[in-house]
Ligand binder design. Structure first.
Ligand code: 8IG
Length: 292
C-alpha cells in the first residue's frame, strides 16, 4: 500500500518539495503517477484496457451497481496501488468492472477514502484520479447525506446541482486554477430528470466530519445556500474536473440534518434508510447510466 504524506502543505508542491521517499510498490509519490500505476493494475487484473465511466458508491448505494450490468471482475481495493481498506461499515472495499447491456465498461469504486480519515486529500481523490487514468470520461459520484429540506424524507435521492466545499482544502496543489462553473453537468442532470422527473436538485455542502453538524452549523449551511450536508463528493468532483471528466452527483438523503428533525442522528439510521431506498435508487442509477 502506498501512503500519502500531508497534502496541501506548500512543502508538497512539486516545485519546492524536498526529495520524497519512494512509495512502496509504485516507486513514486507523485499522485498522478500513483493513479497511473493503479490504472495499469486495474487494466491488467480486469482484462479491460480502458473503462468508459466510473461510479463511486457512497453510503446507501452499495447495491446500486448490481443492476447496471454484468460484473466481469472484482478486485480488492487494498491490492490496488494507492488504495487502502475502507474505514466505515457499509462501505465496500472492492473495485469492480461492469459491462453494461450497451457495451460500456463501468469501473465501480466501492471504497471511498474520506477526508476525516486523516490520510490527506491526495488519498481522498486517488480513486477519482485512478478512474481518469483508467480512461473514464464520466464520473458518477453517489453519497449518503443529511437533508435540510423537510420535504425530502429519509430515502429520497436528490441530484447535486453545485457544491460548497467547507473542508478548507483542495485536491489541487500549486498554481492549478480550474474553472468549476457547471461542475455538475447540466447535460447529465437533464438525462436523470428524463428518467425520473420527480428528482429534486440541491446544493451539497461538504463538511470535514467525522462528527455530524451542530444544529447551528446546519442553520449556517442553510443560510449560505446548502440543501444537503455530507462528508464527501466535493473534493472528488474538483479532482475529476481537473482530470477532464464530466461529473454527475446524486445524494441519498438518509437523515434530516441535525436540528431539522427533532430526532438525534445515528449511523444505524443512515444504514437503514439506505437499505429501505436500495431497490428504487439502484433502478434509478442503472436507468440513468444506460442513457449516458
Ligand atoms: I449519511 O447529516 C450522512 N452523512 N455532514 N451530515 C454530514 N454528513 C452526513 C450526514 C449528515 N448524514
Amino acid at each position: 500500500m502506498t501512503t500519502f504524506s500531508t497534502p496541501n502543505d506548500p512543502a508538497q508542491s512539486p516545485e519546492i518539495a524536498p526529495a520524497a521517499p519512494a512509495g512502496p510498490g509504485t516507486g513514486t509519490t507523485d499522485p498522478f503517477a500513483v493513479a497511473g500505476s493503479a490504472a495499469a493494475y486495474i487494466a491488467e487484473h480486469t482484462g479491460v484496457p480502458a473503462h468508459d465511466l466510473a461510479l463511486v458508491l457512497g453510503s446507501g448505494w452499495g447495491e446500486a451497481a448490481d443492476l447496471i450490468g454484468t460484473t466481469t471482475a472484482t478486485l480488492a481495493a487494498a491490492d490496488i496501488p494507492g488504495f487502502s481498506a475502507p474505514a466505515v461499515q457499509g462501505h465496500v472495499g472492492t473495485v469492480r468492472s461492469i459491462l453494461t447491456p450497451t457495451g460500456k465498461r463501468v469501473l465501480v469504486l466501492g471504497a471511498r477514502t474520506h477526508f476525516y480519515e486523516g490520510k490527506g486529500v491526495r488519498a481522498v481523490v486517488h480513486g477519482v484520479r485512478t478512474a481518469a487514468a483508467a480512461g473514464a470520461k464520466v464520473l458518477v459520484l453517489t453519497n449518503g447525506c443529511g437533508g435540510l429540506n423537510e420535504n425530502w424524507a429519509p430515502g429520497t435521492p436528490v441530484l447535486i446541482r453545485d457544491h460548497i466545499n467547507l473542508t478548507a482544502s483542495s485536491p489541487l496543489e500549486g498554481a492549478t486554477f480550474v474553472d468549476l462553473t457547471d461542475l455538475y453537468s447540466t447535460r447529465l442532470r437533464t438525462i436523470a430528470r428524463e428518467v425520473d422527473p420527480s428528482l429534486g436538485e440541491g446544493i451539497y455542502a461538504q463538511f470535514p466530519g467525522p462528527h455530524y453538524e451542530t444544529p447551528a452549523e446546519v442553520q449556517y449551511a442553510k443560510r449560505i445556500g446548502a440543501d444537503l450536508v455530507g462528508m464527501s463528493t466535493a473534493l472528488e468532483a474538483i479532482a475529476a474536473r481537473h482530470a477532464g471528466m464530466e461529473v454527475f452527483g446524486i445524494s441519498l438523503v438518509t437523515n434530516l440534518a441535525a436540528g431539522i428533525s427533532p430526532l438525534p442522528l445515528s449511523h444505524g439510521e443512515v444504514l437503514e434508510a439506505g437499505q429501505a431506498a436500495g431497490p428504487r435508487i439502484s433502478r434509478l442509477l442503472a436507468d440513468i447510466l444506460a442513457r449516458i
